[in-house]
Design a binder for this molecule. Structure first.
Ligand code: AMP
Length: 281
């Protein structure tokens, strides 16, 4: 992989990179297309990274279909797919790790201890292997994106991080490889995430500025769905992921919800419209 990438770079070509865990869907494809449009050479990695799964999580049952993923990647114009084995990435004597920083503390970090350490470490390894000029990440995993930006800044990776919008099913459910776990009842129930985020956006559009009130309204929407179990509903600063009191600048509404054994996340940027006018009063 590195030889391929070095040859491209030596020829003056730019390298775009899309890291994934496979079980590819339109969300992944949107990242690949963006990378294709902006780079001479596009690499995708497919690696279900064991170190970002906690004990009792879905590492073993995570969907895997390399043949289909290769077809989808080829269809999106990807030049190279890097699909290493776990043994190749983590030999027996492997003992290094990247500290993901304060942004990895709350929310996903609190619910999934060690998750972002695993993410930051594998992304650092992948960057060192693929040597990309640009790397493409989905806003779907908003906190992960913040962890990656912190990693790139903190460890001086010469990689431009490109954030891509969330791709949704026609009914609003954010695309995710984990949606495949949902039975028909849970699939219907899962619409409560998009519904709760819309409630949050509507409240802010109507002038609500108290972050706790917006978060509580989202939580209520989830609690009303019998098949859903709320992990967290939060409104935070979109860069630091710290709690905010008032929504006076764009804020990020985030949700994590369980449906049976399946845990889904989603988020939406809340933009207080007319805040400049309010500020002039
Ligand atoms: P994953 O395979 O779940 O690790 O995701 C690989 C990349 O695809 C990450 O940067 C995700 O944020 C991104 N991604 C996953 N789902 C979506 C989606 N629905 N829309 C946009 N990007 C996504």
């Amino acid at each position: 992989m590195r030889r391929l990438s070095l040859a491209e770079r030596a020829a003056g070509k730019s390298v775009g990179f899309v890291p994934t865990m496979g079980a590819l869907h339109e969300g992944h494809v949107s990242l690949m297309r963006r990378a294709r449009a902006e780079n001479d050479f596009v690499a995708v990695s497919i690696f279900v990274n064991p170190t970002q799964f906690g004990p009792g999580e879905d590492l073993e049952r995570y969907p895997r279909d390399l043949e289909r993923d290769l077809d989808l990647s080829a269809g999106a114009g990807v030049d190279a797919v890097f699909a290493p084995s776990a043994e190749e990435m983590y030999p027996k004597d492997f003992s290094s790790a990247v500290e993901p920083g304060a942004v990895a503390g709350p929310l996903e970090g609190a619910s999934r201890p060690g998750h972002f350490r695993g993410v930051a470490t594998v992304v650092a390894k992948l960057f060192n292997i693929v040597l990309p000029d640009r790397a493409y990440f989905g806003q779907k995993d908003a906190q992960q994106l913040a962890v990656i930006r912190n990693l790139v800044r903190g460890l001086n990776f010469g990689v431009q991080v490109v954030a891509c919008p969330i791709v949704r099913e026609p009914d609003g459910l954010a695309m995710s490889s984990r949606n495949a776990y949902l039975n028909p009842g849970e699939r219907q129930a899962a619409l409560c995430l998009a519904r709760a985020l819309k409630t949050a956006a509507d409240l802010v559009a109507d002038g609500e500025r108290q972050a706790t009130k917006v978060a509580a309204a989202m939580a209520e929407e989830i609690v009303e769905e019998p098949l859903a179990e709320l992990d967290y509903a939060a409104v935070v600063d979109p860069d630091s992921f710290e709690d905010i009191e008032k929504i006076t600048r764009p804020a990020l509404a985030l949700l994590a919800v369980r449906f049976g054994r399946t845990r889904l996340i989603d988020n939406l940027l809340l933009e207080p419209a007319g805040r400049s006018r309010a500020g002039r009063k």
